[in-house]
Design a protein around this ligand. Structure first.
Ligand SMILES: Cc1cc2nc3c(=O)[nH]c(=O)nc-3n(C[C@H](O)[C@H](O)[C@H](O)COP(=O)(O)O)c2cc1C
Length: 208
C-alpha cells in the first residue's frame, strides 16, 4: 500500500481540520492518543483500512465470461463495481492482480456483469472461491454476448473492456456497455462491514 493511498483517506481529506483527538485537546482536557493505525514506515494498517472502508455499503456483482481458451464459463465476485458514464455508456470495477479468474474473463471479447440478488449469497461465495468449478450446480442462460447470466440475478450488463488503469494491487477496469437488461425481481445482495445483508426500500428506478 502506498503512502499516497494513506493521504487519500486522512480524516480531514487533507484540509487541515483537527482530528477528533486534536478537537478533544482544544476543548479542554487532553485525552491520551488512540492506538496508531500506521506501521512504523508510515503505511496504513490493512485491517484498519478494511474496517473503515467496509462502512461503505455496496452491492455485489458476478463478472462472468466464457474462457476462449477452453470454452468453459469463468468469473469472479466483485463489490467494486460502479456505473461511470452515460455518454458514452461506461462502467468500472477493480480487480486484484492476484485474481486467477480475471485473466480468463479478460480473454473474452465480451464480459458480463451480473447484479446479484439477496438470495444469491451462496452464488457469491461460489464465484469468490479460488479454484474448482465455480459454476457447478448453477443455472444460467447465455447473454447476447454469449456469457453466463446467472438465474436469479437482478440485472445483466454485457460490456467490452475499454481501458485498464493500474492502481496499487488492483487494476481499475473501465468497460463500455454493449447491451443490458433487468432480469429477476427481488432485493439486492448488500455487502457491509464484511457481512451480507439485504435492502428493504421502495422502488425508485430512474429517479437519478
Ligand atoms: C463480497 C466480495 C466482493 C469481492 N470484490 C472483489 C473485487 O471488487 N475485486 C476483486 O478483485 N476481487 C473481489 N473479491 C474476490 C474475488 O471474488 C475472488 O475471491 C478472487 O478473485 C479470487 O478468485 P480467483 O482467483 O478465481 O479470481 C470479492 C469477494 C467477495 C466475497
Amino acid at each position: 500500500m502506498s503512502t499516497h493511498a494513506a493521504r487519500l483517506i486522512t480524516p480531514d481529506g487533507g484540509r487541515g481540520l483537527p482530528t477528533p483527538h486534536q478537537r478533544r485537546i482544544r476543548n479542554g482536557a487532553a485525552m491520551p492518543p488512540g492506538p496508531s493505525h500506521h506501521s512504523p514506515n508510515g503505511h496504513l494498517d490493512s485491517r484498519r483500512f478494511r474496517q473503515v472502508l467496509g462502512r461503505f455499503a455496496t452491492g455485489v456483482v458476478a463478472i462472468t465470461a466464457v474462457d476462449p481458451l477452453d470454452g468453459q464459463p469463468c468469473g469472479l465476485a466483485a463489490n467494486s463495481f460502479t456505473s461511470v458514464s452515460l455518454d458514452p455508456p461506461l462502467v468500472a470495477f477493480c480487480v486484484a492482480y492476484t485474481s486467477t479468474s480475471w485473466p480468463k474473463v479478460r480473454g473474452a471479447k465480451v464480459v458480463t456483469v451480473n447484479v446479484l440478488s439477496e438470495d444469491q449469497q451462496p452464488v457469491c461465495a461460489q464465484m469468490a472461491a479460488k479454484g474448482g468449478d465455480k459454476f457447478a450446480g448453477l443455472e444460467w442462460t447465455g447473454s447476447p454476448g454469449g456469457n453466463p447470466v446467472l438465474d436469479g440475478a437482478l440485472a445483466w450488463i454485457d460490456c467490452a473492456v475499454e481501458a485498464e488503469h493500474p492502481a496499487g494491487d488492483h487494476v481499475i477496469v473501465v468497460a463500455r456497455v454493449l447491451q443490458l437488461d433487468t432480469y429477476a425481481e427481488g432485493g439486492p445482495l448488500v455487502f457491509f462491514r464484511g457481512a451480507y445483508g439485504s435492502f428493504d426500500g421502495s422502488s425508485d428506478e430512474g429517479a437519478r
